[in-house]
Design a protein around this ligand. Sequence first.
Ligand SMILES: Cc1cc2nc3c(=O)[nH]c(=O)nc-3n(C[C@H](O)[C@H](O)[C@H](O)COP(=O)(O)OP(=O)(O)OC[C@H]3O[C@@H](n4cnc5c(N)ncnc54)[C@H](O)[C@@H]3O)c2cc1C
Length: 433
Amino acid sequence: MVTHDSRIVILGGGAWGLSTALYLSEAGYSDITILERAEAIPSPYSAAYDINKIVRAEYEDDFYSKLALEAIEQWKTPLFGPYYHQTGYVVATTGRAPAKAVTHLNKALASIERDPAFAPGIRRLNTPADFREYTWQYSGPLTGFTGYFNRLAGYAHSSDAMRGLWEHISKRGVKSVLGEEAGKAVQINYAAGNSGRATSVTTADGKTHPADLVISALGAHSAALIPQLGQTSVARCWSVAHVQLTEEECNLLRGIPTTNIRDLGFFFEPDPKTKLFKLCPLGIGYTNPGADGVSLPPGDRLPPPQDFIPRADEDKLRTLLRETFPWMAERPFVDKKLCWFSDTADSDYCIDFVPGSGGSVVALAGDSGHGFKMMPIFGKWVVELLQRGQQSEPRWQWRTPSAGGQQWGDAVSWRVGRGGELTELIEASRSKL
Ligand SMILES: Cc1cc2nc3c(=O)[nH]c(=O)nc-3n(C[C@H](O)[C@H](O)[C@H](O)COP(=O)(O)OP(=O)(O)OC[C@H]3O[C@@H](n4cnc5c(N)ncnc54)[C@H](O)[C@@H]3O)c2cc1C
């Protein structure tokens, strides 16, 4: 049983670890320590280490739509508000989109059209002129684009939001141990005998951190410390790229809605500080399985490719730009990277006790690429779990591996295309050198 003075060690100071620390501290837990391998927060290893992430409530499952609406309300509070930009959200498919992308768009639209909080701010877009009513800057042909505009959505500056939250919880007394040696958790230690209880965490410098409760919030890295998670929460990556704009170009695009073309990719208004225009291609993504079949981000396993994204993703982004902002379509991409997240077959999160740990280890994993927007409310669900002593929401329970193994990547309903493995991509890029 966890009490208010239990020693709680949170592994990982990313979006979910920070939110968990906030809610635990607000609920009266007084001895909270975050172990984070990066030298500073925000961590470059976090999936949310970025200038922006989409904040929206469209989901195929109303369950998440309602939670995202609650999160959006929290994004408008003094703690999170400075990082939230409600620019509105344009969602569309091109005339060449596969049926899967159109079906997803229609289901997601239905989830918010039914809700009176969103309905007045939604407008269907059927012609290029309709789209230009919301983004006059679209100068490309928008070939066959159909979709909608949703006023109640936008983006958050995710790195800045994590920094702001970290500073806030540090002032509340949450402790942090940072760095590749002092902060990198390498092992959860368990009591001798068969209680299965965790007693401490060892960090890379060999130090032992005693713990009554260990909360793992390691994102894509989860299986490194809780190997059983590797069967159901798979490390997968998507590409991120940027175009460096001039001040005038940046000003030209200020205030544009976050734009998500479901069969190509998405982009945001440029970052006024760096003048970077961020784009992400949409697709299945790539895994990095080791000999044991468990996918983890490269690090120990492969030299991480620097400033690299797959050719097919670059092509998708150039098509997206030709359709929307053709003047940018041949510009070099800068600060290209593969961004790793923790993926589940049904895109449901895992927020549960690790079986056999006697309630001493909690696994927060399976963000499935849609977990950042929940940062302002996520930690509440962890406190509820601790107070109830079990996970009552079936979607978030610890799950057992399915008979089909991990070959479900291409079947996820809201992603189109074919997935692959990182090693194939690196080989392909080397053979072109
Ligand atoms: C390309 C891309 C686009 C995305 N877009 C969106 C979006 O638009 N909207 C949205 O809501 N979500 C989006 N996401 C998902 C979002 O980023 C994640 O859901 C969110 O970051 C999950 O938070 P987390 O805390 O579980 O993991 P992370 O934020 O990845 O944090 C994990 C932390 O663990 C630390 N860590 C790792 N190993 C160790 C160790 N051994 N010891 C100590 N610390 C360690 C890392 O440094 C990191 O800080 C996107 C993800 C990607 C990859």
